[in-house]
Ligand binder design. Sequence first.
Ligand SMILES: N[C@@H](CCC(=O)N[C@@H](CS)C(=O)NCC(=O)O)C(=O)O
Length: 212
Amino acid sequence: MKNRERVLWGIGSSRALRAHWALIELGLEYRSEPIGSRTGATKTDAYTILNPRQKIPVLQDGDLILSESAAIVAYLAERYGDPGRPLMPENITDRAHYFEWQSFICMELDATSLYVLRRHEYLPETYGDAPAAVAGAKDYFTRMIGAASNAFDDDRPFLLGDAFSGVDILMSTIIDWALRYGLAIPVPFLAYQDRVAARPSHAAARRANQSP
Ligand SMILES: N[C@@H](CCC(=O)N[C@@H](CS)C(=O)NCC(=O)O)C(=O)O
């Protein structure tokens, strides 16, 4: 018999918020399993079968089990987006830019910058104290987000133009994360963040991402 369950594991992190937000933006029903990072809940045998890398978020959609927040957002966008709620452009050139932004956000702003700060400034007891890496990551973030803000030179409201999409979910969680770390954000991105965060789906996702 086909499994029709839709479940999201993970709350309390920027990466988990992305998945909640995409589900809510698309109007999809789902059950939330509110497990947090660094609580031991990702290390149980049952969870390790779901995600051997022991990370949140994980989405189960019927028979599909998917980890990696950007992949979850892109999957939901492709599977459930419609002309009223696209989240992923149809046009091949616009999709190329979607994946360009996705790589940039996940690699340059997340993994190479904010996650370095997370590990070496905020969790030094686990990942090691590395002040030079922290300083370098802050500079790098500032340079990358500054260069990216040129996208708004043509007054577009969202990263891909007039339509809100999955990469706006990714970018907004990055800006929020950077602001919590006290990093300077260019003015066009602050205005963008206000615009994106004003969506009702954003407030609902933030609630869903909190402990019940
Ligand atoms: N690249 C992954 C990163 C996932 C990740 O590192 N998740 C952290 C929380 S933000 C986690 O689950 N850590 C495991 C733990 O601390 O128990 C994604 O975007 O989903």
